[in-house]
Design a protein around this ligand. Sequence first.
Ligand SMILES: [Zn+2]
Length: 305
Amino acid sequence: MDPADAVRARGIAPGGVPRTLCPLCGDPNLQPLLTLRAGPLLECPTCGVRCTAEHGEASAIHAYYSAVLAHEGKADVAGRDDGVFEAIARTQADAMEELCGPRRHGDLLEIGCSRGHLLAELQERGWTVTGVDVSDASVEEARSRSRGDVLLGEPGHVGLEPSSFDRVAMFDVLAHLPQPRQTLSDVATLIRPGGELVLSTVNEDWPLVPLFLRAFRAFPSRTAGLRDEMYEGQHYCYFGRKNVGRLLESAGLELVDVRPLEPISVRLFLHQYGLAKRVAMIGMRRIDRVLGSSRKMLVLARKPR
Ligand SMILES: [Zn+2]
C-alpha cells in the first residue's frame, strides 16, 4: 500500500508525545474517561478539558496533513468534490457574518485554510485574505484557488507581522492542535487591537454527551462507529462552551459570544446517510432546537484595544 494510503486508511493523527498535563490549566491529574481508537481519552478534573493521551510532534503533524486532507474519509466530505467544499465555505462565511455582522472589508487571516475554498469565498465577499496551513499539498492548491497569500506552517512561525489582521478565522481547527494555548497566543499576537477571532469547534458541553458516553462504555463494540464519529481520530483536544472562554482569556482575548452551530453534516449532507442515521440526526436536531444546543459551537473573541 502507498504510504499516503496507509495514513489515510488509519485516519488517526500522529501520537508519540504523552500528554502529562492538562493543555488548558496544567493540572497533572488527567483521568481516563473512555478508550478511543487512538488510545485513552483523558479528562481534566479542574477545567473539564478532554484530550487524547498522546499527541504528535509538529513535524509528524505536518507530514500527516500533507498526506491526507483534513477530514478525509469522513462520509460527509469524502472525495475532492469542489462543489461540496464551496458549499461548506458559503455556510461558514454566512455563519461568520451572522455572528460578527455584515462587515466585508479588511485584512482576514484563515488558520487551517486547507485547500482555500473559504479564502476564495471571503475574497469574493470583499476581504483581503491570507491563509496558513500545515499541509504542503493544501497550501499549493489554496494558492492557486485564491489570489491571497497562503503560507505553509504554523501561525506563529510563518513570518506574519504582529497586529496585522482585523479578523482571524479558525474553522474546525482547535481540536486538531497539540498545544492549543500556545497556538492561540500566537494567533492573538497577529490580531489588531479591537480585532476579532472567530472559531468553530466541537462543543464537549453538548447536553447529549453524557448519554453517549454511557452508551459507549456499556456497549463498546456496538457503538464503536458512532464513538469514532464523535471522537474522530484527527482530534487531540475537546473544549466546551463552559471552558473555551478560559482558553481565549489565557491567550489575551476577551470572549464575546458562544453560539450553537448546526453541524455541516446535518445542513448539507443529510441525504447521503442511510434511513436510520437520517432519522437519528433529525431527532437530535429537534432535541437541540428545544434545548438551544448543538454538538458544535461558533465562538467570537476580541483583542482588547
Ligand atoms: Zn485543566
